[in-house]
Design a protein around this ligand. Sequence first.
Ligand code: AMP
Ligand code: GLY
Length: 434
Amino acid sequence: MTDRINVLLLGSGGREAAIAWKLSQSPLMGKFFIAPGNAGTEAYGTNLPLKPTDFDAVYKAVVDHDIALVVAGNEDPLVLGLREALEKRAEADGRKLLIVGPGAKGAALEGSKDFAKEFMGRHGIPTARHLTVTDANIAEGDAFLEKLAAPYVLKADGLAAGKGVLIIDKLDEAKNALREMLAGQFGQASAKVVIEEFLSGIECSVFVLTDGKGRYLVLPPAKDYKRIGEGDTGLNTGGMGSVCPPPIADTEFMDKVDKRIIRPTLDGLIKEGIDYRGFIFLGLIRCGDEPYVIEYNVRMGDPETESVMPRIVSDLLPVLVETAKGELAHTALNIDPRTAVAVMAVSGGYPEAYEKGKPVTGELSPAESIVFHAGTRHGADGGIETAGGRVLAAVSFGNGIEDAAAKSYEALSAIRFDGMYFRRDIGKDLCGKA
Ligand code: AMP
Ligand code: GLY
């Protein structure tokens, strides 16, 4: 492949900033667009103000800018059928268009927890025991809860912006929560509820890129920190930081993940006639020495991507093109051996109510780290201001977790915005284990 190609990346978060940063370095990149992007992605390409779920607008951008490759950053458009919608329009126009991201059937691995659990059951993939409950079998749900030990895990079947999982200590509260969820606590997303056995262990995110034909690459694994407070306390967030690689993802563990989870997942997709071309994010938990799947996502993780992308030395663009074509030829990626640690700076109050529009000042292009924007935009004066809960991530390499984290904290110490908060313990639990 020698021709340059025009690329459209969909999304606006830190994950998309990291993917954009990486793709923009490719010698094969032609014109590069990010939609809608954020104030930071402008350094890597051209932002287009459109909604990734507005398929007409996405396709118009494809035509207007002669896009050859669309990369879906987040799950919503995929679950809603982005692939089918673009393919249909491109076919009618006789246009060749490649897409990284599964069709709606494959995206149901994330879009429906019930589908994902049944899929794992059909293909012998290790996961927590579960029961899917609707209004029709609440009594069965109660009986299942009674058989489980506390705490109780209740999940809305559909997408609930990362908020649809409840972990409850008391049985009677779990029964009540089940009823509230079914009554519409998360809208249509919780019309079905998946009750799960609680698994205790260390979580780890593994990313696979597959071409739908059984060929795949495993990207560097990472650990994210979901709670707002230090020591993993307080409310769940989109993610407060990440470490790549975490020491728990050693060779022996990754071999088990490959054999017991990745291969059966890809074989299962093929057996079920699901042409899956894109990223699969395995949210795993290591119980003892064994990996179990907590969830599938059909995209990269955020903020894992911010620490994963910098470690990929190989040019990612040809790999994505091969993936989208269903012809993955790369059999390995060149990975930087150093550890990367990403620390997310968030708006005061997040993940609850927070204010936007706070000016972001200081050193946003430090020499020793990378600052990936997430919830940022340009203010009326042209400066950068906050536009979301998770505002930016500082990412650094180090010889080990402590060293990398220290550099990211140094980078954050030179950045300011009103209400800025970040966890000071990212990676601390893993120190001394690498
Ligand atoms: P999910 O959206 O499915 O990733 O769930 C959100 C978080 O809830 C996960 O990252 C875990 O920390 C926790 N969780 C989900 N399912 C389980 C389970 N079966 N056992 C223990 N923790 C769980
Ligand atoms: N960091 C977890 C996620 O992206 O879902």
